[in-house]
Design a protein around this ligand. Structure first.
Ligand code: HEM
Length: 174
């Protein structure tokens, strides 16, 4: 990562955190407790969009890693990756976090072992999200050094986390 793109990524991350905090505050201010189930429904819709992108993006990297630099195929992958990240994955993650934090406070006062474990797993998932964002930038600059096999393995991580998160929130085992 160049110094400039690293700084831009840091600024974007801080802006996303600020926006998340502001939107969670707004939801509390609006006092939407009566709409708990509707908000949960939108949370699940956002989570589905986020997960779809988190499973598809590393799959694109698998094929992109084998495409010749400068080829039409490689340039097409760049457009697909950028749009997937900016139009689907990033906004879906923001909505999932904002509504998830609201649900956690409104429904459970942030208590419960399952909830703490779920939030920890979602933090790891968000870390993978950051890693995939960085990789999208590297691919866009033709600076990916990882082989297709690496991206195949990375592709499995969101799947495992998703299984853990869904079991925690539905079964609430502890
Ligand atoms: C971003 C941080 C997240 C937080 C703070 C959060 C928190 C919550 C909370 C408190 C609920 C309500 C549970 C209930 O009413 O029983 C909920 C529902 C749900 N969440 Fe999340 N969540 C987050 C992200 C995710 C992710 C990444 C997934 C899946 C990969 C997910 C899947 C679900 C599902 C399936 C439900 C519905 C559960 C039910 O109705 O029984 N959440 N979430």
């Amino acid at each position: 990562m160049t110094k400039d793109s690293g700084r831009t990524a840091a600024i974007r991350a801080v802006a996303a955190l600020g926006l998340t905090a502001a939107l969670v505050g707004l939801l509390f201010w609006l006092d939407l407790a009566a709409y708990y189930d509707w908000i949960k429904a939108v949370h699940v819709i956002a989570v589905i969009a986020w997960m779809a992108g988190m499973l598809y993006l590393p799959r694109l990297f698998v094929y992109h890693a084998d495409a010749q630099i400068g080829s039409d195929k490689s340039e097409t992958f760049k457009v697909m990756e950028r749009r997937l990240l900016n139009a689907i994955i990033n906004p879906a993650m923001l909505v999932a976090w904002v509504l998830g934090l609201w649900l956690a406070w409104e429904g459970f006062g942030f208590s419960g072992g399952w909830l703490h474990a779920k939030i920890a797993a979602v933090l790891v998932l968000s870390g993978i999200h950051g890693y995939l964002s960085g990789a999208t930038r590297k691919f866009a600059q033709d600076r990916n050094t990882k082989p297709a096999r690496h991206w195949r393995i990375v592709n499995e991580v969101p799947t495992v986390l998703m299984i853990v998160i869904v079991v925690l929130v539905i079964v609430k085992p502890f």
